[in-house]
Design a protein around this ligand. Structure first.
Ligand SMILES: NC(=O)C1=CN([C@@H]2O[C@H](COP(=O)(O)OP(=O)(O)OC[C@H]3O[C@@H](n4cnc5c(N)ncnc54)[C@H](OP(=O)(O)O)[C@@H]3O)[C@@H](O)[C@H]2O)C=CC1
Ligand SMILES: O=C1O[C@H](COP(=O)(O)O)[C@@H](O)[C@H](O)[C@H]1O
Length: 501
């Protein structure tokens, strides 16, 4: 693609500053942007073009993984940027915007009129912006048009459907790119290849060999400055409905050769359809919700959720959710998938742990105690690495111990999720964007759980900040004889090292 106009709603906001401008700059340096690029930033603040360019420069200097040392390169990048103040509800303003877009297209010799609309604004504006894009003619250029939207995509099943209906009046499904930034993480994008392209893993990727799968996204941060949004959303909407279910889909979807097209999005939807529903009445048996109390994280005392600025002091919002899921597919029958996510936990870690069956141990009970289960650990955040836990014998002590084969992705100059996603969207590759079918299926699955939360059918477990969440989340696994791996590495080492000399 030779040329494009990027029309960025919310260009004065936090996401644009921290993620979008740095990603664009990195792509520019790597020559992955169209040769002729026009960026029109929009917000309500009254910026002159030069002020906006200074704002972009500061964002790049502060947040980019590449240092913009070469002034000439930075200036060339900034020259693409223009700004217009536009209140998104002001219909007339869109005609002026169209005139600006066209003027820039002419100035830059952009004849294709490819237009990318990025809505980095609150979701209540998505509908009105899409409608105004259509009414004003902005979406009727000679080239393609695409819409990038950010989460949250709806608040529940009904609102998500209403939002999708609104968007569908202005954009076709294949023109809508719904960002789930977890799908932009390099290690998540690697999962399909990891399983499909390695015969030894592919052969083992089923219930004959896998005992359980554990997916964790723990965070040390609290609600930060986002109480207004978070207190109405909770971990279930903020993380579980989107990121966590995406990680589940990416892990358990059928592998590529079973599906000749190799279409990841279709395979993910296929998997979601097989996810065993959890009824509202039964939610308490499979889902744990929690909220953090005051505690200590990395030697710093932190406040309870209910004491955070902007949070209702009587809030019952979940800051932690764990669940046990089953997939009604012959390949996964009997394999529990445990998922958990929480704020103010002991460590920042996003990972997938696949625990393999241990026939030695199963056959010989305690006698086979010395062998440990094989684990495949896919660490997504903060480092990106894979690790295989195997059994080995320490030649010095003669003791059997778990050994780890590690492969760490080079952290140096690793592309950010937003770089990969923006670049894909510009090329029209929607593989790592959520399509409507999977978003709807995710809401459908989660709606009874939301209802159970709403009706207080589950206890709200308190957990101290700086812990691994409520103990009840461990009970979910203990019921099948498992435990969360890697929560307490030192305890595990002790358990696993057995003297066999
Ligand atoms: N920040 C983040 O890390 C993440 C954000 N998101 C999502 O991205 C979107 C943007 O978030 P974020 O940047 O944090 O939000 P901010 O509140 O920082 O920015 C909001 C932007 O919207 C603009 N805006 C607000 N009201 C209007 C209006 N009536 N007309 C025109 N522009 C308006 C603001 O412009 P102005 O200030 O000039 O009025 C500003 O540029 C949201 O949907 C959020 O949920 C998703 C994941 C992470
Ligand atoms: O979307 C969100 O994700 C972040 C966690 O993202 P990560 O890339 O740091 O793992 C989370 O803090 C935030 O609440 C949520 O909205």
């Amino acid at each position: 693609m030779d040329s494009m106009t990027l029309i960025l709603f919310g260009a004065t906001g936090d996401l644009a500053k921290r993620k979008i401008f740095p990603a664009l700059f990195n792509l520019f340096v790597e020559q992955k942007l169209p040769r002729r690029l026009s960026v029109i930033g929009l917000g309500r603040k009254p910026y002159a073009d030069s002020e906006f360019q200074a704002h972009v420069e500061l964002a790049v200097r502060t947040f980019s993984r590449r240092s913009p040392e070469d002034r000439l390169i930075l200036d060339e990048f900034l020259r693409s940027f223009r700004y217009a103040a536009l209140n998104v509800t002001n219909k007339e303003g869109y005609r002026e915007l169209l005139a600006l877009v066209q003027a820039r297209e002419q100035e830059l010799g952009i004849s294709e009129q490819n237009r990318m609309f990025y809505l980095s604004v609150a979701p209540e504006f998505f509908g009105v912006i899409a409608e105004n894009i259509k009414q004003s003619g902005l979406g009727s250029g000679r080239g393609w048009k695409r819409l990038i939207i950010e989460k949250p995509f709806g608040h529940d099943l009904e609102s998500a459907r209403a939002l999708n209906d609104q968007l569908s009046r202005a954009f076709d499904e294949d023109e809508i790119y719904r960002i789930d930034h977890y799908l932009g993480k390099p290690m998540v994008q690697n999962l399909d290849t990891l399983v499909s392209a390695n015969p030894f893993l592919k052969a083992l990727w089923n219930n004959r060999f896998i005992a359980n799968v554990q997916i964790t996204a723990s965070e040390t941060v609290g609600v930060e400055e986002r109480a207004a949004y978070y207190d109405g959303a909770g971990a279930i909407r903020d993380m579980f409905q989107n990121h966590m279910l995406q990680l589940l889909m990416m892990t358990a979807m059928p592998t590529a050769s079973q599906d000749t097209t190799g279409n990841i999005r279709r395979r993910k939807s296929q998997l979601l359809k097989l996810l065993r529903p959890i009824s509202k009445e039964n939610a308490a048996n499979h889902v744990i919700r929690g909220q953090y109390e005051a505690g200590t994280i990395q030697d710093q005392a932190v406040a309870a959720y209910r004491e955070e600025p902007g949070v209702d002091p009587a809030s019952t919002t979940d800051t932690f959710v764990a669940a046990r899921l089953w997939i009604d597919d012959p390949a996964w029958e009997g394999v529990p998938f445990y998922i958990r996510t929480g704020k103010r936990m002991k460590e920042k870690s996003t990972r997938i742990v696949v625990e393999f069956k241990n026939p030695l141990r199963e056959a010989s009970g305690n006698a086979g105690r010395e062998s440990v289960p094989n684990l495949l650990i896919v660490q997504i955040n903060p480092d990106e690495k894979m690790s295989l836990q195997l059994n080995g014998k320490n030649p010095l002590s003669g003791r059997m111990e778990s050994v780890h084969m590690d492969f760490a992705m080079p952290t140096h100059q690793m592309p950010e999720a937003y770089e990969l996603l923006l670049s894909d969207a510009m090329r029209g590759d929607a593989t790592f964007f959520a399509k409507w079918e999977e978003v709807e299926l995710a809401w459908l699955w989660i709606q009874p759980v939301l209802d159970a939360f709403e009706e207080n059918l589950l206890p709200l477990h308190r957990y101290p900040a700086g812990s691994y969440g409520p103990d009840a989340a461990s009970v979910l696994l203990e019921e099948q004889g498992f435990h969360w791996w890697l929560d307490d590495a030192s305890r595990e080492k002790e358990l696993l090292e057995v003297d066999i000399g």
